[in-house]
Design a binder for this molecule. Sequence first.
Ligand SMILES: Cc1cc2nc3c(=O)[nH]c(=O)nc-3n(C[C@H](O)[C@H](O)[C@H](O)COP(=O)(O)OP(=O)(O)OC[C@H]3O[C@@H](n4cnc5c(N)ncnc54)[C@H](O)[C@@H]3O)c2cc1C
Length: 389
Amino acid sequence: MNRPGGTPSPVLGVRDAARRVATSVVAEHADTVDREGLWPQQGMQAIGEAGLLGLNVSTEAGGQGQGMLALAVATEELGRVCGSTGLVFGMHCVAAKVIDVRATEEQRRRFLQPIVAGEHVTSLALSEPGTGVHFYLPRATFRPKGDAYVVNGHKGFVTSGGHADSYVTSVVGAHADLDPGTFSCMVVERDAPGATWTHPWDGMGMRGNSSCSLLLEDAEVPQGNLLGSEGDETWYLFEVIAPYFIVAMTGTYLGIAQAALETTIEHLRTRVYDHTGEQLGAADTITHRVGELWATVERTRQLLHHAARLGDANDPGARSALFASKAEVADAAIHVANEAMTLAGGKAYGRNDRLARALRDARAAHVMAPSTDLLKIWLGRSLLDLPLL
Ligand SMILES: Cc1cc2nc3c(=O)[nH]c(=O)nc-3n(C[C@H](O)[C@H](O)[C@H](O)COP(=O)(O)OP(=O)(O)OC[C@H]3O[C@@H](n4cnc5c(N)ncnc54)[C@H](O)[C@@H]3O)c2cc1C
């Protein structure tokens, strides 16, 4: 992130701004968000006030115009303190980016201006119960009716469900052929007629995420909410949705791994045995394990940053690096949080606090689309020049 000549990178400013919000407001509410399953209202408000909601919105639309590296860094800072806030913010940034890339003047005015002003949170409604992790296969349909579209379908696990102001929703034409990846995206507003929220979120982890279901029954969406034009769909999927989606999640899970590592190191420093008078961390087998955990976190951080830089440079190698980064960080976050629980002993097991939360939150990494299984398959396919879908 350092530039020749010593000019600080704008990404460092993003990291500092995210860290300030994380350590002040987000940290204060993280336990309550987790224990009570509350959507992180205060944290998101502070993020908006810090100007971070427009992180990936283009400068033409008034945003910061930052790319994937900045998103990786910001989500890590937030995820380190509260996984749910990292994910809520990350999904907002992906959805805002999807709106931004082909926004009409009207869409800029109605969605991007309030986002940049810190007054509008958006999210992604892609997954459906019927197609699961195969998020590129939506079955929700849309058809024109007057100056609106009528939308029918069922979206599952919608981050910030019922709390965000709008949801970038994937849909197919009512009579479309269902080739994988050929879908359109439209902005569905929270209170759209015909949209109802079901299945309140009570997850094992990411408990502040409010990942509930969105039922669309003859929902009415203004035609001006359709994003891009017909034929943009595959471009959207691989050039915008998948890369930003992967980076937002991976940054968050990296932050969770970092939190588990820090908490363990603190425990190993302060746990002193009566019978030896020595700290637990002094045992060679323990220092060896801590060193390995640090290296696991740092190695995967460097892979994510490398992938994000390639993505920002439109490098053809970005896709494989991004696929690998989410799969590797998912493995790392679960491994590090699990090991941390062992190293921190019964004391950690007996408290459902930061470390236990890290383990519960980290578990979502494998199942959030594109899941670790799918990413490893896609990585192999892209290396072998086979079609991804
Ligand atoms: C905390 C959280 C937040 C989420 N937020 C959002 C959001 O904001 N927006 C959104 O659209 N979605 C979101 N999701 C949904 C997520 O992206 C997945 O769609 C969802 O977790 C899939 O769950 P499922 O039970 O349907 O998985 P299934 O599709 O039933 O898959 C189960 C397992 O089988 C594996 N699998 C499936 N097919 C194959 C295959 N062909 N080969 C090998 N393995 C395979 C998967 O990897 C997975 O591990 C969220 C999920 C969670 C848990």
